[in-house]
Ligand binder design. Structure first.
Ligand code: DGL
Length: 258
């Protein structure tokens, strides 16, 4: 049975994996967290492409029938290059995220929270404006929130304080907040509290489910069989396990990624 590869720089992609296992429950997943190279966000495009390429080469050695890039930063930098060279389905987070955000927005006014690389790459804005040329898109890079979530502080006051700080920096009005980094849904309570405190009615969009649904549409799924997930990590496995165990409420085994 061939596996579905799921790839992120760290724990953020687990938000997508959670949706995948709900929507495609009979699969074997190989989850790779490239924590040795986290954060991807401040890195130049070229370097992110090289890291994604290296990850994909090893996924192919392990044997996969489809790949989900559960990382907005890697999707933005490398999806188009990988699509050209792979003959298996490959799914990113940005396009499904932009589509679902558009469908949920009342006024077509958006604020994108993402890494520096994703903001700079501008793909969310491009997809949103392709869907509606009058869409208004504000952006805010939130680099420190990635590392806070990776360290297990997403739903801690540290993550919450960062959510407030970053949202306070956004100038202008919007009715839809896009969490354009897979780490950010892990700080969800801070975002919700912020809008509640301000008395604002803002829809918060996590692209994870839309990405998983696209995976279901594109990857030939198994109709029966057990769910199996193998976790791999390129950096400190114990550290990844500690945070991932809490997020998943499980006791996972983490293998080294070569
Ligand atoms: N989780 C990632 C994303 O969706 C990347 C975070 C990072 O490594 O900077 O962009």
């Amino acid at each position: 049975m061939e596996a579905i590869g799921v790839f992120d720089s760290g724990v953020g992609g687990l938000t997508v994996l959670k949706e995948l296992r709900e929507i495609l429950p009979h699969e074997h997943y190989i989850y790779f967290a490239d924590t040795k190279n986290l954060p991807y966000g401040p890195k130049p495009n070229r370097q992110i492409q090289d890291l994604a390429q290296k990850a994909v080469d090893h996924f192919l050695d392990l044997g996969i029938k489809g790949l989900v890039i559960a990382c907005n930063t890697a999707t933005g930098a490398a999806l188009h290059l990988l699509e050209d060279q792979l003959d298996i389905p490959i799914i990113g987070v940005i396009e499904p995220g932009a589509k679902v955000a558009m469908s949920m927005s009342r006024e077509k006014t958006f604020c994108l929270l993402a890494t520096q690389a994703t903001v700079k790459r501008g793909l969310y804005k491009r997809y949103l404006m392709d869907l509606d040329k009058d869409a208004k898109v504000l952006t805010q890079a939130c680099p420190h929130l990635v590392t806070a979530v990776e360290d297990g502080f997403g739903d801690h006051y540290i993550g919450r304080t960062m959510a407030y700080e970053y949202l306070d920096q956004v100038e202008g009005d919007y009715d839809t907040l896009i969490l354009g980094c897979t780490h950010f849904p892990l700080a969800m309570e801070g975002f919700k509290d912020y809008f509640r405190d301000k008395g604002r009615d803002v829809t918060i969009v996590d692209p994870a489910k839309a990405c998983a649904l696209e995976a279901k549409a594109k990857i030939p799924g198994n109709v029966s069989g057990p769910l199996k997930i193998d976790y791999y990590c390129s950096g400190d496995r114990l550290r990844f396990k500690e945070v991932a165990d809490k997020l998943l409420n499980e006791d996972i085994r983490v293998r080294p990624w070569k």
